[in-house]
Design a protein around this ligand. Structure first.
Ligand code: PMP
Length: 409
């Protein structure tokens, strides 16, 4: 695959031209949120300028235009992740977190009980971990955690032992937002299905960065967020197999998800509207579809390669010094991020010194506190890459880390 034309891509992101004290921004916090390209910003502005209206309620022209664009956005997202069922299998939510909660409440609260087990991994984001932990508490089910190896990969032998006929749900992150590990989620799905359990994939760090095919994985559910893939905030996606979504009860009640209401009872609308109560995320959904176009125009395989190259380069340069620990698998086998610690510098100090050089990274527990316990760290610094980042920016990161090291040694 051809390398990305990063220079041309950067022109779509005016925010990258920002300077702080005459130093140009180096944005390396993409695992938290990516920047928004002009075509997506334009799509949002165009919606509000030309056809802003509530959907599915008016027969007036504006409402019809908004409804069609909003519905077709579901089809576009379905195509982006290989969901052949189309819009029926794509629910728009607020974010990945809400997508997990939707399944946990609508399916978990109904179906789980004492003796049932939910199998998670030690590297889950709080969005996936806390949600199932609390649903387990409320239902009497139990959570089990697939351990990680010294290299930061899932221990698949342990996984095969932990997933049993007691297991009702296997919920695992596709690409770890801390370790950068790419997990064998299709293998996990096969093991889950052997035991008649469902497979939930947290794809918040994979759908934005690589080609993801929900049917190749054979995921029963899969979740991700628009704001990590050039889309706006305020929109997430829950993919679900149609027959499973049909069989579940709604998560939120109200308008829009209704077919028929009497004083005594109500009937639910068809998929996916059954799970989209109230006025939905209209402009965000339409803009997310545009973000899918934008990423597909660049090419997901090329995006994956570009990020992997940057991550490997960052890994190699950061580990030139013995006092740096990078977490997770080797540099040539990871998603586009590196979380690390420098012996003499706390991650928060590091991040603040990097900020003085206009290098934006994240410091903290990245919503993986239990994983940090396993790693023996309370916090780490994390640089995460996207389509507009360059090797020169990685060099600036490494130089700023060197400055911090000297300041504290
Ligand atoms: N899972 C993973 C792996 C993530 O990286 C994130 C975002 N940090 C989330 C879930 C939660 O995403 P959101 O905050 O958009 O709900």
């Amino acid at each position: 695959a051809e390398p990305l034309n990063v220079e041309a891509i950067r022109e779509d992101f005016p925010i990258l031209q920002r300077e702080f004290d005459d130093t140009q921004l180096v944005y390396l916090d993409n695992a938290a949120t990516t920047q928004t390209p002009e075509p997506v910003v334009e799509t949002i502005a165009d919606y509000y300028r030309r056809y802003n209206a509530n959907v599915h309620r008016g027969i007036h022209q504006l409402s019809q235009e908004a409804s069609i664009a909003y519905e077709e956005a579901h089809d576009r997202v379905a195509e982006f992740i290989g969901a052949s069922g189309g819009r029926e299998e794509v629910i728009f939510t607020k974010n990945t977190t809400e997508s997990v909660n939707l399944v946990a409440y609508a399916w978990g609260l109904e179906e789980l009980g004492p003796g049932d087990e939910i199998v998670l991994t030690e590297m889950e984001h709080h969005a996936n971990l806390v949600t199932w932990q609390q649903i387990a508490k409320r239902t009497g089910a139990e959570c089990k955690y697939i351990p990680i190896t010294d290299e930061g990969r899932l221990d698949m032998d342990a996984a095969r032992e932990l997933i049993t006929d007691e297991t009702e749900m296997v919920a695992a992150v596709h690409v770890s937002n801390t370790l950068g590990t790419v997990n064998p989620v299709s293998e996990l799905a096969a093991i889950a299905h052997d035991h008649d359990a469902y497979m939930f994939v947290d794809a918040a760090q994979s759908v934005p960065n690589r080609s993801v095919d929900v049917e190749a994985i054979d995921a029963d559910f899969l979740a991700f967020s628009g704001h990590k893939m050039c889309g706006p905030t305020g929109i997430g996606v829950l993919y679900g197999k149609q027959h499973i979504l049909e069989s579940m009860e709604p998560y939120l009640y109200g308008g829009e998800m209704i077919l028929k209401v009497t004083f005594e009872d109500s009937k639910w609308n068809e998929l996916p509207w059954k799970y989209e109560a109230g006025t939905p995320v209209i402009s965000q959904g339409i803009a997310l579809a545009e973000a899918c176009d934008y990423l597909d125009d660049i090419g997901m395989d090329r995006i994956e390669r570009h990020e992997a190259r940057l991550a490997e380069y960052a890994y190699d340069r950061l580990t030139e010094h013995d006092d740096v620990e990078v977490y997770g698998p080797p540099g040539d086998d990871r998603g586009g991020l590196v979380a690390f610690n420098v012996d003499s510098v706390h991650a928060h100090d590091l991040s603040s010194i990097l900020n003085d050089s206009a290098v934006a990274i994240r410091a903290g527990d990245h919503c993986t506190q239990p994983l940090h316990d396993v790693l023996g760290a309370t916090a780490s610094a994390r640089a995460s890459f996207y389509i507009y980042n360059t090797k020169t920016e990685v060099d600036k990161l490494v130089e700023a880390v060197d400055d911090a090291r000297q300041l504290f040694s």
